[in-house]
Design a protein around this ligand. Sequence first.
Ligand code: NDP
Length: 313
Amino acid sequence: MSDIEKVQCLIIGSGPAGYTAAIYAARANLSPVLYTGMEMGGQLTQTTEVENFPGYPKGIMGPAMMDEFRQQAENMGTDIRFGVATKVDFSGTLHKVWIDDTKEIHAESVILATGATAKRLGLESEQRLNGKGVSACAVCDGFFYRGKPVSIVGGGDTACEDALYLANLCPEVHMLVRRDELRASKVMQSRVLKNERIKIYWNTEAEEVLGDDEVEGLRIKNNKTNETQILTISGFFVAIGHTPNSSIFKPFIDTNNQGYVITKPKSTETNVKGVFACGDLQDDKYRQAVSAAGTGCMAALDAERYLGVLHEG
Ligand code: NDP
């Protein structure tokens, strides 16, 4: 039997964007209901120290910061619930969203803040040994490999940050970069290049993660010379970027070729009236906690204006 609930403002996602939208929506008396998704608190719960969010002069741990966001949203009156949006139907004036395939919500306005998820290489061995030495989160899992050699793939800020984190725990960090340069910011590049525990393999890709029940090695290949080599490692970290969590919205919501939700300039409006998008789901450029929070605020203000007009008319 379906269990339909009607809400004014439904927020999907619990990262900086979703919680900020909730704070603003609650203060505007929109009685927001927020579904957290699987990863309550979003990507920042997998980070250690956050030093660049204004208002924390001494820095703060990612999970602690997200807990403060949650408390603030809750204190303002947001109804925060654990659950995953599994299907939507945005074809009518009331927007239908199913939670965990069972509960049906009819929302006058919806704020999409589902963020992005770490990308994988797509190797069979990577999948088979996931959680058995293969990880997409150095900060979460690095500790298990302290004192052991590890490898990391990627050349962006995340890979550099993770390589530095791992270098504090592990004697050897073999870093695979598929081109002959890093994509990361100059400051991160210089920290990585200076670290004696990090060895960079340029123009190099992972071919196969080796091991039966746990990671024991990695076969790598230089994509210029085609030479292969086997590294003895216990942990393999994949840090090659993210994919926006937009798949369930795509039948109704316009996205770009990478899957990021398209919003109107200087707005969080999507192509569907009453559906707004904020945070990493719609930002393929800045992708910062503070910019996500900023667009979360914008989404709540846009929803408030939309609901005002809807109720007047
Ligand atoms: P990016 O997209 O910036 O970098 C991804 C990296 O992975 C690139 O070096 C890319 O190579 C490589 N890559 C992608 N696919 C593959 C593949 N299949 N095989 C091998 N390598 C691959 O992602 P990040 O997660 O690093 O960063 C995302 C955003 O977040 C950026 O804007 C970044 O600046 C920001 N960020 C900021 C931080 C901070 O300020 N403290 C910390 C972490 C992230 P190629 O370069 O060849 O495309």
